[in-house]
Design a protein around this ligand. Structure first.
Ligand code: ATP
Ligand code: MG
Length: 722
């Protein structure tokens, strides 16, 4: 019955409905944030199922995270009125890739029970290969090569495809051989890495036409969310599956927003959007312009900001979700990150008193180290929070490693800590040595560190291991002695330096290494608030004890990168300072592409908000124990006055706010009246600097200090991109 539209269609606007109902032939939905792209995809699947066009197993749908896949499955169930049986091919590129590869593993020389190596395994393996080549693995670090392989794989390049220059750049020109040896070794181990989950299927599709043809028949409908962040390999994979022979319709529907492309640093190619019409001739391009998520102020602020980017397709957005009571986007200034966290905490408590759920609030940070201050504050306040898309600050690998050093210094009997770091960084203390030591200590009922001191007096260990263990023991002895005499933050820094732990990450060329170093600095910084190292350790164990479960009402804390696709009533965006956001590394890159990606990230951040968006910047950050003044982010200059308010002074040093720096920029009738003119923020900044100079003596006015903030975003390698 064509005359009565089913329920799931009735709520859609005409463009959305067209996107849902244009079932035959390629469709690209290109639209801004909150316009219902994801909703269109979900409804389209429901429509395909409800009209009996395909079985769930004949639909291939790609989401950016596993969580998004789960949510989509639930939504589809609601729309079609009842649980959807299956949908085995709804997932991330990686999870779908695993499934494909398990079916055809033997075609690429694997068995179907192949294992998937994590980053650590990969690095260990590469290191063996480098050594086997007779190369110096200090000069040619395995981590660096792992990063190169990852980049190649994102581009869909096998050993024979990589550019000559790339091949020559590593291992005395042996880059290509090493890459090939790595692939061969994976095969002999019946293993693959994350990149292979895409590359192997591509290889299979290319070499076995009949298999590809089967999938062309099988996947009657293909859908891709967050299309702007697909990388080249994913695009090749998609194109192989979607470009069917003439007699099979190309039922592929991709939705995306070029303004939200934020994974360029991980190899995503926003140009894939531009290529769509070329690769799929006759594609229908649908634009959605009505935003259903945010108020006019939020949309206006985001739209004005992103208009500063040059390389964009451009689109209009409007919303009817407005009311005269809507608050503007509010910009707050704070003295430092501690005050920032305190003030955000107060705002959250205020909202809570007004019956707002914590679930409806999120704090979106640029770099993961920023989370620490908020987590600490919320634990103090007894405010539930959850960290989304990654570990909590104190759960991070590098933080747990560093804490293990500190624990062992304070508590030499802490065997768990000992085992964690005795060979981190690598000191040639392999499993055999550790097992010998373990048994030795057990037999004598002494802690491992104490046992080690005895063991090296015997000849049970090889000389090399004995020497390495001796050094470890000496170090801990020295640090323990310093515990009572050296300021604990200084000692902490010394421990990380002398143990080689900091260097380990400095030598690491992977994308996440700078972020880890930054987290370590933040760890040291966070110790300043405590009297002693022991006091600090106690505090952390309390923080770690804080409850985290899915069902509780809790504020979400996450990086901007992991916030993609999500929405919240209230969004807090802290740390809008030059060097942090835009990130220093993006600025150092030069050119506009790095900066523009940062701006898109800011756009993603603001557009997560439905009703309230509060942006913060601080005027001081403490780096290595020194106060450094920071400048408000240029993105603040780019926000339109019409949609933005500056918070009345809530800052403890006072004086800042609408009236705080003389003439309000909102009242000026000048050509810049519609955007924050630079002098406004700069003057505010200068005021603050003056106000605080007395307290901090030698601070250097408002010069920008170079601050190496860490990279944020999800870890580069998880199976679902979460
Ligand atoms: P993003 O670019 O951030 O991923 P999006 O384009 O995918 O956003 P959705 O998340 O699908 O947007 O939709 C944003 C919000 O608007 C959701 O809460 C969704 O339920 C709602 N929405 C979308 N279309 C409609 C509609 N036709 N009627 C009512 N609400 C809608
Ligand atoms: Mg979406």
């Amino acid at each position: 019955d064509q005359s009565r539209a089913p329920d799931y269609l009735s709520g859609l606007n005409p463009e959305q409905r067209e996107a849902v109902e244009s079932i035959e032939g390629p469709v690209l939905v290109l639209a801004g944030a909150g316009t219902g792209k994801t909703r269109v995809l979900t409804t389209r699947i429901a429509h395909i199922l409800a009209t009996g066009r395909a079985f769930p197993s004949q639909i291939l749908a790609v989401t950016f995270t596993n969580k998004a896949a789960r949510e989509m499955k639930e939504r589809i169930g609601v729309l079609v009125g009842g649980a959807v049986e299956g949908m085995p091919w709804l997932g991330t590129f990686h999870s779908i890739g695993v499934k494909l590869l398990r079916r055809h593993a033997e075609l690429v020389g694997l068995r179907s029970d192949f294992t998937i190596l994590d980053t650590d395994d990969v690095i260990r393996l590469i290191k063996q290969l480098i050594q086997a080549e007779g190369l110096d693995d200090k000069r040619w670090p395995a981590r660096q090569f792992a990063g190169m392989i990852d980049t190649w794989k994102n581009k869909g390049l096998t050993p024979k495809d990589i550019p000559e220059g790339d091949a020559r750049a590593f291992a005395n020109g042996k880059g290509r051989e090493l890459y090939a040896a790595y692939q061969a070794r994976l095969k002999s181990l019946n293993a693959c890495d994350f990149g292979d989950l895409l590359l192997h299927p591509i290889d299979i599709f290319r070499r076995y036409g009949d298999i590809l043809k089967d999938y062309h028949q099988k996947f009657r409908y293909m859908l891709v969310d967050e299309y702007q962040d697909t990388n080249t390999a994913q695009y090749m994979w998609l194109r192989l599956l979607a470009q069917r022979p003439k007699d099979v319709p190309q039922n592929v529907c991709c939705v995306g927003d070029d303004d939200q492309s934020i994974y360029g640093w991980r190899g995503a190619e926003v140009d894939n959007i531009l290529r769509f019409e070329k690769d799929f001739p006759g594609a229908k391009v649908i634009r959605l312009e009505r935003n259903y998520r945010s108020t006019e102020h939020i949309l206006g602020a985001a739209g004005h900001l992103i208009a500063h980017n040059e390389g964009r397709l451009g689109k209009t957005l409007f919303t009817e979700r407005t009311s005269p009571d809507d608050e503007k986007v509010i910009v707050h200034a704070a003295w430092d990150s501690e005050e920032e966290a305190r003030a955000v905490g107060e705002e959250i408590e205020q909202l809570q008193r007004n019956k707002h759920n914590l679930n409806d609030m999120a704090i979106l940070v640029r770099a993961s180290f920023q989370m620490r201050e908020f987590e600490d504050r919320f634990v103090t306040l007894g405010l539930n929070y959850r960290v989304v898309g990654g570990p909590r600050f104190y759960e991070r690998l590098e933080i747990r490693d560093a804490m293990a050093y500190f624990r062992l210094v304070c508590q030499p009997a802490d065997d768990l800590a000992f085992e964690r770091i005795v060979n981190t960084p690598k000191r040639g203390l392999g499993d055999t040595t550790i097992r010998t030591l373990h048994d030795y200590a057990r037999a004598r009922d002494v802690p491992m560190l104490a046992g080690a001191a005895d063991l090296i007096e015997t000849d049970e260990l090889k000389p090399k291991a004995r020497k390495a263990l001796f050094d470890v023991i000496q170090s801990f002895k020295r640090w323990s002695e310093l515990l009572e005499t050296t300021p604990h933050t200084e000692l902490a820094e010394q421990i990380l330096e002398e143990s080689g732990y900091t260097d380990m990450w400095k030598n690491d060329k992977s994308a996440e290494a700078p972020g880890r170093l930054e987290n370590l600095k933040e760890l040291i910084r966070s110790m300043e608030a405590f009297e002693s190292m022991r006091g600090f350790l106690e505090h952390v164990s309390l923080v770690m004890d804080a409850e985290q479960n899915e069902d509780m009402d809790a504020v979400s804390i996450m990086t901007l990168h992991s916030a993609k696709g999500l929405e919240f009533e209230t969004v807090f965006l802290p740390g809008w300072e030059e060097g942090l956001f835009p990130h220093q590394r993006a600025l150092d890159e030069g050119g506009r592409s790095g900066l523009e990606e940062e701006r898109r990230l800011a756009y993603v951040g603001i557009t997560r908000a439905k009703r309230r968006c509060h942006i913060w910047f601080v005027s001081n950050r403490r780096i290595h124990g020194l106060w450094q003044s920071t400048m408000p982010s240029r993105f603040l200059d780019e926000l339109p006055a019409a949609h933005v308010d500056v918070a009345e002074s809530e800052s403890s040093y006072g004086g800042y706010g609408r009236g705080g720096y003389g003439q309000s920029r909102f009242d000026r009738a000048d050509p810049f009246a519609n955007s924050y003119s630079t002098p406004g923020w700069k003057r505010a900044q200068a005021n603050k600097t003056d106000a605080t100079r007395d307290n901090w003596g030698s601070r250097s006015g408002h010069a920008v200090e170079r601050i190496g903030y860490g990279e944020s975003g999800p870890r580069t390698k998880t199976i679902d991109g979460e």
